[in-house]
Structure formats: C-alpha cells, structure tokens
Design a protein around this ligand. Structure first.
Ligand code: UDP
Length: 312
C-alpha cells in the first residue's frame, strides 16, 4: 500500500491509539482526532514529536474542517465500555449518529475511503451462536445498553446509506471483546477489573453466576484486522475478534493463576441485558482478509498485566 494520509477519530482511546501506532509504523501520516471524553492524552503522548502525526482536540458531533487531502477516515470514536456508555448515554448516541454523519461527509468531501468500527453489541443478547455477520441480532431498543447498541446499528445503517447513495467506499468492522495495554484500569470491563482486583488483593467480582461467555482478542491482532479490512472492497460488516470462548468464571480463574493471586471470587448482580453468550464466527475475515488472531490469551494477558503493574 502507498503511504496514505489517514484521519483517525477516537485516536486517544484504547484501540484508536494502537491503530495510530500501526498506521505510523506502516509509513502513513495520521491526523488524530479526539475530544478526550473517555480517551486520554497519555495514550498518544509518545507520538507527539513525530512529523507524521498531528493531534486535533475536537468533538466530531460538530463538523470538522481538515486542511489538505485525506485518503481514509477511520471512524473509531465512541465511549465503548458499558460503564462509560451508561455514564455518557446521550454523548454515545450523538457520536454514533451526528458524529458518524460528520465523518461520512468529510470522507465524501475529500474523496476518501471510510471505515466504521462497529461492535458485537449489534447482536445484542444473541439467540444465534456463534454470531456470524448474517445474524440480525436480538437487541433491547430501550434497555440501558441501547444507547451504545442502537447508536452503532444506526451508524452501520448510515454508512451503508452513504455507500448506496454516493458510492462512497466504506467498510464496517464489528469488533468483539478486545484487551491489552492502555485499557483504563477503572473502565469497568472485565479484563482491567479482574487484573486490578487481583493486583490489589481484592475479591474478583463476577457479575451473575459467571456462566455467561466471552472471548478476548489481543489488541495487536484486532488492529491488524482493521488494517486489512480498510484495504478491502467488502462493504458489509466483518466480525473481528477471537473465537476462543470461555465462561467469565473460567476467565476469573485464569486471571488468578496468571497473577498468582489468592483473591477470593465473589458474585455481584448481573447487569441488565448482559449478553449470555458471545463468540465471533470469523470465517468471513479468514476468507476475505486472510486474517485470524495469533496472540494466545496467556501471552496477551501477561503483556497486559505487566503494563498494568507498571501503572500501579
Ligand atoms: N463482568 C464481570 N465482572 C466485572 C466486569 C464484568 O463478571 O467486574 C462480566 C460482565 O457482566 C460481562 C463480561 O464480564 O458478562 C464482559 O463484560 P465487559 O464489561 O468486559 O464487556 P461486555 O462484553 O459486556 O461489553
């Protein structure tokens, strides 16, 4: 691929900042945008002195004018952890709707490609397992998670409408649970929560009985999948995630083993509409992108653990 000028929204977020690293390593120029609602300047501080990196503080729910050409818009901005989007419900709906619209308009004006990072939450509490892209989902439109689920579903619909109406070259990634360094220790998601609790010697809090399932993709694998997708002509959504599924109870045991912690496990109330099971069917990504996760959970967790230890 040639060296491109790429705009990344949500660039100071967990996944966004790793995406910036990947793009810069590939020789591209990055125009990074973030309003720091849930992202952090710390995540991109190491990039500040590179000539090919520019950071703009901006809320994309307002139109954005960017000087010069753009080849690609990677629209990654949104609160993404359940704790964050519950706290910022309206901002989450705004960024998925008005924010996505503004970034689609920008891509259109610049003749750029557009990639939306969507989510496995589009499948809601899925009745089909594993989830393939053809499944339409089982989403509560008025529950507490709806601000995130429906805003992403709307963003997908808007992206397809821009493709159909204007022929905009678009891609949609449906991201499943992802982990790695730069997650916020207090963002409420299960990976940083359990690791933080284990390091502090506190009880690991399992929500519900822990029989719900998830699978966890290491961030470098995920970013590699997005990088491949943004070069493809696939317009319909593509799942990106790790199909190695386990129960949350098994995951808690694994964290205890890896950290060497003797923290007890306690049960807390299961949040409303918490999906019972989740595992991506990644055959489409395998077929179209030649992509699959490579980093084993044990290895990814050790790197993540080391980075969290350093911040303690
Ligand atoms: N979870 C848990 N304890 C925690 C945080 C989360 O048992 O301290 C559970 C949560 O109920 C869900 C799963 O872990 O079933 C994954 O939650 P997370 O917030 O990481 O992401 P989600 O997949 O729900 O978006």
């Amino acid at each position: 691929m040639f060296c491109l000028r790429i705009l990344v929204t949500g660039a100071a977020g967990f996944i966004g900042s790793h995406m910036c690293d990947r793009l810069l390593a590939g020789g591209h120029t990055v125009v990074a945008v973030d309003n720091f609602l849930t992202g952090s300047e710390r995540n991109v501080a190491h990039l500040g002195d590179q000539a090919q990196f520019r950071l703009i503080r901006h809320d994309i729910t307002l139109p954005l004018a960017v000087d010069g050409p753009l080849d690609t818009v990677l629209n990654m901005a949104s609160p993404a952890s359940p704790k964050d989007y519950l706290q910022h419900a309206i901002a989450t709906l705004d960024v998925g709707s008005a924010g996505t619209r503004n970034m689609l308009e920008l891509a259109l004006a610049k003749g750029a490609r557009f990639l939306l990072t969507s989510t496995s939450e589009c499948y809601g509490d899925p009745l089909e397992h594993p989830q393939s892209e053809t499944y339409w989902g089982h989403v509560n439109p008025v529950g507490p998670r709806s601000c995130y689920d429906e805003s992403k579903r709307f963003a997908e619909a808007l992206t397809m409408a821009y493709h159909r109406t204007y022929g905009l070259r678009t891609n949609i990634a449906r991201i499943f649970n992802t982990y790695g360094p730069r997650m916020k220790l207090d963002d409420g998601r299960v990976v940083p929560s359990f690791i933080g609790q284990a390091l502090r010697g506190e009880a690991l809090t399992i929500f519900g009985d822990g029989s719900q399932t998830r699978s966890f993709c290491y961030v470098s694998d995920l970013v590699d999948g997005i990088y491949r997708l943004m070069q493809s002509d696939e317009r319909y959504p593509v799942n990106l995630g790790n199909p190695d599924e386990m129960t949350i109870r098994e995951f808690a045991e694994r964290i205890r083993r890896i950290t060497g912690s003797r923290s007890p496990i306690v049960n807390r109330a299961l949040p409303e509409d918490d999906p019972r099971q989740r595992r991506p069917d990644i055959s489409k990504a395998r077929r179209l992108l030649g992509w699959e996760p490579r980093v084993p959970l044990e290895e990814g967790l050790r790197v993540t653990l080391d980075s969290f230890r350093a911040s303690f």
